[in-house]
Design a protein around this ligand. Structure first.
Ligand SMILES: *[C@@H]1O[C@H](CO)[C@@H](O)[C@H](O)[C@H]1NC(C)=O
Ligand SMILES: *[C@@H]1O[C@H](CO)[C@@H](O)[C@H](O)[C@H]1NC(C)=O
Ligand SMILES: *[C@@H]1O[C@H](CO)[C@@H](O)[C@H](O)[C@H]1NC(C)=O
Ligand SMILES: *[C@@H]1O[C@H](CO)[C@@H](O)[C@H](O)[C@H]1NC(C)=O
Ligand SMILES: *[C@@H]1O[C@H](CO)[C@@H](O)[C@H](O)[C@H]1NC(C)=O
Ligand SMILES: *[C@@H]1O[C@H](CO)[C@@H](O)[C@H](O)[C@H]1NC(C)=O
Length: 359
């Protein structure tokens, strides 16, 4: 009896506790309104969307918030950045206790999305432009889809080097000694994947030589940029950060041609029980819109948006495969074994969470 009441409560709360496979109700809602009509519905709903976004500096999505709120006056993007591996556990708790208050979730932990969908937690909803995303970046029933391409490129401050790195082998040059900043691979799975790719290609020796360069290990992938850019630092290069494909005045961005560097489509979904579904839809339609996709300074998840000048399309870069990251992330036993291997070599990640470490 108690069990029946408990199950009924779960159904009322909407978070389905069962495998939904043979329910056979997977067809997505295809958005067919204009973005202005969605905007209107979002304002009527209250004009706020709560989004949790993966990242490692609190201000990393300030640009998205500003662009969205400027494009849609009256809307508030209530966005919280934290590392995806912390966000996802807190989402699981919201889902399992019935207190879901997040509408939209945009994370690096790609493996969570098929699971959440199997649990019946995700809205099957295809925004405008969904069909223009690369098929490999989206779920066939629109439970989730990539919204932006993340990449760990080579970033250097060339005022502190005679020549920036062009290939992974360059990081072993004497000139780079004491000048490298790298994110702990045993703290961020996408960085772990970079080390996996590099060392499968160039061998364990490459890593031994890298350690001899005395790199500075940090938490978060935003911190390397901060140190590279700081005027009082001598740090000169990294391969564990991303800032799009355009070099800035101080920082030079390049990609290698030998071996593989990491790229992936950051994945987005709306919860079936999102408290602000129309506002979440507006956000996702905006993120997949041409105006937004053309403005990122990086590759687009849309097939028909050209890559930034000088770069081939994301599916045509020989030294990366943006589709493979999901497979890496899905094998949690392999990930765990790699993490412990690096923990033994460089120690546990030191310092506070990158969100609060002032770096
Ligand atoms: C638009 O989509 C809604 C929801 O899927 C559907 O009910 C409606 O019939 C569609 N309208 C048109 C004109 O296709
Ligand atoms: C904004 O997001 C925070 C963190 O997710 C949440 O605690 C807060 O309730 C949200 N605010 C509103 C007005 O929904
Ligand atoms: C950026 O680095 C590449 C590779 O070392 C080099 O060819 C290019 O000249 C650099 N650009 C600047 C502005 O330093
Ligand atoms: C680097 O510092 C300059 C000046 O402080 C700032 O304008 C720029 O946004 C910074 N760039 C990065 C990538 O942090
Ligand atoms: C560099 O400047 C930053 C910001 O002003 C400061 O927090 C940091 O301690 C300085 N680092 C060194 C090595 O002087
Ligand atoms: C963005 O790119 C697409 C595809 O190249 C193009 O059709 C569209 O006009 C561009 N839109 C904006 C707002 O730049």
């Amino acid at each position: 009896m108690l069990r029946t009441i408990f199950s009924a409560a779960l159904v009322v709360a909407g978070s389905c506790a069962y495998d939904t496979l043979v329910k056979f109700d997977g067809a997505p809602i295809q958005e067919n309104r204009t973005i202005e009509a969605i905007y209107h519905a979002a304002l009527e709903e209250g004009g706020i969307v709560t989004c949790w976004h993966g990242g490692d500096e609190t201000n990393q999505q300030d640009g998205l918030k500003e662009a969205f709120e400027t494009r849609f006056p009256g809307m508030t993007l209530n966005i919280t950045v934290d590392v995806s591996k912390y966000h996802d556990g807190n989402i699981d708790r919201q889902l399992s206790t019935g207190g879901l208050y997040v509408d939209s979730i945009i994370l690096q932990t790609l493996q969570d999305y098929p699971r959440w969908d199997q649990e019946g937690a995700l809205l099957h909803y295809a925004p405008l432009n969904f069909d223009n995303t690369h098929p490999a970046f989206r779920d066939i029933r629109a439970a989730w889809y990539g919204v932006s391409i993340f990449a760990w490129t080579f970033i250097s401050n060339n005022d502190r080097l005679s020549e920036g790195p062009r290939e992974f082998a360059d990081f072993l040059k004497p000139e780079f000694k004491d000048k490298l900043v790298l994110t702990y691979p045993n703290d961020d799975d996408a960085v772990l994947y970079a080390f996996d790719l590099i060392m499968q290609e160039f061998g364990y020796e490459w890593f031994e030589k890298l350690l001899q360069q005395n790199p500075r290990w940090v938490r978060g992938t935003g911190t390397p940029l901060t140190l590279l850019n700081a005027t009082n630092s001598t740090i000169a290069a990294t391969f564990t950060a991303g800032m799009g494909l355009s070099s800035s005045e101080t920082l030079n961005v390049t990609i290698p041609t030998k071996g593989s560097f990491v790229t992936w489509p950051q994945r987005a979904a709306i919860f079936k029980d999102a408290p602000h579904p129309e506002s979440a839809k507006l956000l996702h339609n905006f993120m997949l819109s041409y105006e937004h996709q053309n403005s990122t300074g990086s590759w687009s998840v849309l097939k028909n948006v050209p890559a930034p000048a000088g770069y081939p399309g994301i599916m045509d870069v020989p030294s990366t495969n943006p589709v493979e990251f999901e497979r890496f992330m899905g094998d949690r036993v392999r990930v765990e074994r790699l993490k412990l291997f690096f923990e033994d070599k460089i120690g546990t990640p030191q310092g506070l969470s990158p969100l609060i470490d002032d770096l």
